[in-house]
Design a protein around this ligand. Structure first.
Ligand SMILES: Cc1cc2nc3c(=O)[nH]c(=O)nc-3n(C[C@H](O)[C@H](O)[C@H](O)COP(=O)(O)OP(=O)(O)OC[C@H]3O[C@@H](n4cnc5c(N)ncnc54)[C@H](O)[C@@H]3O)c2cc1C
Length: 515
């Protein structure tokens, strides 16, 4: 049987499912696990819990990936940076999780990304040796965790012609070649969150957006439907707080010191349409780099900064002028035609949920990227820290801890070998009968999305079908959900304006009133 225009999986998220599940929960029995927060950490926790047979509910007060998880560099890191600073445990964990994401969990949402660091005279020999040693160590870790050469190649030096072929926009005078390494890249971070959350829903979890936890204890959460204002209590055997930089709002015992990371958005054409990451050391530092990241919609992101962001936590952080200047100056130092403010078509900034340590007065770049599981006096378990790449491991550890402390009847974690909805072996992605842009976004589900009816398209070639899929299958409840998280058109104001009508039309075709 060929199913046309809808996903065959129980992983569909939409307004109708949300309403039905909220109704059932409001007067239903106690559940096993409530996860608060729909970023990558919360989505990962919900998937880990649901696939162990636990009755699981995830609540998110805005939309999936509304917080830090959509403001990342979209890299699946191999842990090189942690290796350089002697944090062997985190480095190994990163490389191991990158391996799983690239080869098993989400081959359709990830790809190998070449990172090219141009070398200029004088100093090219010593810089090349230093960078080469770092890339070499990272490559050793790749081999150690078993990622094959066919997925991530070994690093090495390349000549001037090859450098210019890969990054045509770089300055030629003094160029002596480059070091090239490889890492993993996501098509988009919010697509990973949506994929993990939908997979959890496919295994029976209730995934409820625009539902806020207004109070929480170890066995009960007060929930508020943000669309109607209605409130009700949900009893649970375990309550897990995965609210990232907002974790202290629900559990004052959690102490974080957020740091802001900013990216710029420029036209890829301005960098010669390069499909690799140009990597440039920050002046005066041997361990900090600015890099370009080829992205969706013909755009390239340039990141990133690391600036302490003390004080109240905004829903949507903003880039500052000094950060924009630092990024432009650093990348401009190796470009034939340096970028100017006029080249910046958008910016975005996110807050890292960094844990404070005993010595937390220094720069946030020195704070730990490890994750932690903290039980507060009220009994809420908070899972915080870490990063996108290691979400699965954080989730496994978090649910292990919930099971141990609450004596929950559950199987061991299965997420190491569990492919996300739409996942398909990397070598066979080309066999999927759908246009490439659909395959890169939806994997094995692409033929279903592509067969939806036609309608008005949005900016940058985003099709009517992609938008309708976002409403009918991926849980978009508002026009912003479509433009800011199902696609990333909202990163550029002109694209957003141009796409509003197409987004509204997609809701109409799906038979849903945008909230
Ligand atoms: C600039 C930057 C670049 C980064 N780049 C990378 C990278 O390339 N690779 C990588 O691996 N990692 C990267 N990271 C780290 C990674 O992005 C974060 O560690 C991760 O996204 C944190 O996810 P989270 O789910 O814990 O938090 P969030 O994504 O912030 O999710 C928390 C969610 O909780 C919700 N919430 C809050 N309060 C409530 C409530 N009361 N009720 C219901 N919901 C609530 C929020 O709306 C939010 O959606 C980067 C981080 C930054 C800041």
């Amino acid at each position: 049987m060929r199913v046309v225009g809808r996903t065959p999986f129980a992983s569909t998220l939409n307004a109708a499912r949300r309403s039905a599940e909220l109704r059932r929960l409001a007067d239903g029995p106690r559940v096993d696990v409530v996860v608060i927060g729909g970023g990558i950490t919360g989505a990962g926790l919900a998937l880990d819990a649901a696939t162990r047979g636990l009755r699981t509910v995830l609540v998110e007060r805005h939309d999936l990936a509304h917080g830090t998880s959509r403001w990342s560099s979209k890299l699946v890191h191999g842990g090189l940076r942690y290796l350089a600073s002697g944090q062997l445990g985190i480095a190994h964990e990163s490389a191991a999780e990158r391996h799983l994401l690239l080869t098993r969990i989400a081959p359709h949402l990830t790809r190998p990304l070449a990172q090219v660091l141009p070398l200029y005279a004088p100093g090219h020999l010593s810089q090349g040796a230093f960078i080469g040693m770092g890339y070499g160590l990272g490559d050793g870790l790749r081999r150690f965790v078993g990622t094959p050469d066919a997925v991530l190649r070994s690093p090495g030096p390349i000549g001037v012609a090859a450098t210019l072929g890969l990054v045509p926009a770089v300055r030629r005078d003094g160029l002596r070649g480059a070091m090239r390494g490889w890492d993993g890249q996501l098509i988009d971070d919010s697509r990973l969150v949506i994929g993990v959350a939908r997979t959890a829903a496919g295994h029976g979890a209730s995934v409820l957006t625009r539902v806020a936890a207004v109070a929480a204890s170890g066995d009960r959460v007060r929930l508020r439907d943000e669309l109607t204002g209605e409130q009700f209590d949900l009893e649970a055997r375990a309550v897990v707080n995965a609210t990232g930089v907002w974790a202290g709002e629900l559990d004052p015992d959690v102490r974080l010191r957020p740091s802001r990371g900013t990216h710029l958005v420029v036209e890829s054409a301005r960098l010669g349409g390069s499909d690799v990451s140009l990597t440039v050391p920050v002046a005066g530092s041997r361990s900090r780099f600015v890099f370009t990241l080829p992205a969706q919609h013909g755009r390239t992101y340039i990141g990133l900064t690391d600036v302490p962001a003390d004080g109240p936590i905004p829903d949507v952080p903003r880039a500052t002028d000094p950060e924009i200047d630092l990024l432009l100056d650093t990348v401009g130092s190796v470009l034939a035609e340096p970028l100017t403010r006029d080249d910046v078509v958008g910016t975005y900034a996110g807050l890292r949920p960094l844990l404070t340590s005993a010595h937390d007065d220094g720069e946030t770049s020195d704070l730990s990227r490890r994750h932690a599981i903290i039980e507060s006096s009220s009994g809420v378990l908070t899972v915080v820290g870490g990063k996108l790449t290691t979400y699965r491991r954080m989730a496994e550890d978090g649910i292990d801890e919930a099971i141990r402390r609450r004596l929950l009847p559950a199987r061991p974690s299965v997420t190491r070998t569990l492919a996300l909805v739409g996942a398909w072996p990397r070598a066979r992605l080309g066999e999927i009968a759908a246009p490439g842009r659909f395959v890169r976004r939806f994997g094995a589900e692409a033929p279903f999305a592509a067969s939806l009816p036609d309608g008005p398209g949005a900016a940058r070639g985003v099709t009517a079908q992609e938008l309708q899929w976002g409403v009918a299958v991926e849980g978009a409840l508002t026009i912003d959900d479509l433009l800011d998280r199902r696609t990333r058109l909202g990163l550029v104001a002109a694209d957003r304006d141009e796409s509003m009508d197409a987004a509204a039309a997609a809701f109409a075709r799906a038979g849903v009133d945008p909230a």
